[in-house]
Design a protein around this ligand. Structure first.
Ligand code: KG4
Ligand code: ZN
Length: 350
């Protein structure tokens, strides 16, 4: 069975073709990073316009890369929420138009359900190490840490579609905090990958930064206090060195390492507690921040006996293959949407 996935909830336009919910035949993505970089964050109006411009070429690219035509596609899966309203609408309307024109069934997918599903994707093997191609072998239950620029959630996946959100961020998402701290340190946008690079050479004990909610708030997170603590250290340093020069590399590296140590400790400890409480031995880490080397290393060290599923980087960041995967599961369950489908920016995970 071939599903065409469409994703446009934030700043990536993506179309993908996935076979039987696991084998990715194509994964076409247009990132808008350069368009938003000079604003230091995603500008919704610019993002929606870019989705409009990219959708037709990416749709053709996804079919071409997969070596199929629209006639071969069994169903179309679209991210209906959560996300930016104007951005979601582009994908939803595009998918509806395709469904109407070609007489294809339509399935609405939840963006976070996509990130949770991404551990099942791969050309040959998935993040659990299972061969892809046939329908996914159940690996539930697992605890998932969904960490990106827009989300920081800890979710218990009991079965496909049976999710329990254990905790979420009360303020900034962890990727957002990475980006804001990178900005304070004079690095570019998005800051996460640059922080990762600097952190690798820095001294993580130079700055004693807080571990927000480490012993409170059960499974919820908070990262804005951590960002404020960095901001205070930067101000202090600048006041002591009032020469107006850019921050020295050793300060930036040590701060990136100290920030990363604090953020990663909270993420990993909360995941550990969630696994213990629910007696689960599998942990999935997905979303853009799952690419972070410090987080990957900490997870490997902290859970030597657990089964860890971290998707390949192209399935960690926003993509349409994960949406096609969710679409496959929903389609198998007989779930269909009609042409009244609308974007739901605040869609809950249920
Ligand atoms: O999943 P994603 O592409 O889009 C969202 O849904 O937000 O995640 C992007 C986020 C950005 O905040 C980016 O800075 C962060 O993931 N990120 C990283 C790394 N690579 C991407 N953060 C830390 N370390 C990285 N290596
Ligand atoms: Zn996402």
């Amino acid at each position: 069975m071939l599903i065409l996935g469409i994703e446009s909830s934030c700043d990536e336009t993506a179309f993908a073709v996935v076979e039987n919910g696991t084998r990715v035949l194509s994964n076409a993505i247009a990132s808008q990073i350069e368009l938003h970089a000079r604003f230091g964050g995603v500008v919704p109006e610019i993002a929606s316009r870019a989705h409009l411009e990219c959708s037709v070429p990416l749709y053709h690219e996804a079919l071409r890369d997969a070596g199929v035509s629209i006639d071969d596609i069994d169903a179309i899966a679209i991210t209906a929420g959560p996300g930016l309203a104007g951005c979601l609408l582009v994908g939803v309307e595009f998918g509806k138009a395709l469904a109407l024109r070609h007489g294809k069934p339509l399935v609405a997918a939840h963006h976070i359900a996509g990130h949770l599903y991404s551990v099942y994707l791969g050309r040959e093997r998935n993040a659990w190490g299972t061969e892809t191609g046939a329908a996914p072998e159940p690996c539930e239950p697992y605890v998932a840490l969904v960490v990106s620029g827009g989300h920081s959630s800890l979710v218990l996946v009991r079965d496909f579609g049976k999710y329990e959100v254990l905790g979420e961020t009360l303020d900034d998402a962890v990727g957002e905090a990475y980006d804001k701290v990178a900005k304070l340190l004079g690095l570019g946008y998005p800051g996460g990958p640059l922080m990762d690079k600097f952190a690798a050479t820095g001294n993580a004990t130079r700055f004693d930064l807080p571990r927000p909610l480490l012993h409170k708030g059960e499974f919820n997170f908070s990262f804005s206090g951590l960002k404020t603590a960095v901001s205070r250290e930067v101000e202090k340093f600048r006041a002591e060195h009032s020469d107006g020069a850019p921050l020295p590399d050793d300060f930036v590296a040590d701060m990136a390492a100290s920030f990363q140590a604090a953020a990663v400790e909270v993420l990993v400890e909360k995941a550990a507690r969630a696994m213990k409480k629910h007696r689960v031995h599998r942990l999935a880490v997905t979303g853009g921040v799952a690419c972070n080397r410090g987080l990957r290393a900490a997870v490997a060290t902290r859970f030597p006996n657990a089964q860890i599923g971290i998707p390949a980087p192209e399935y960690c960041t926003d993509n349409a293959a994960m949406i096609a995967g969710v679409g496959f599961q929903l389609y198998q369950q007989g779930r269909r949407s009609d042409l009244a489908l609308n974007a739901t920016p605040g869609m809950g995970l249920y």
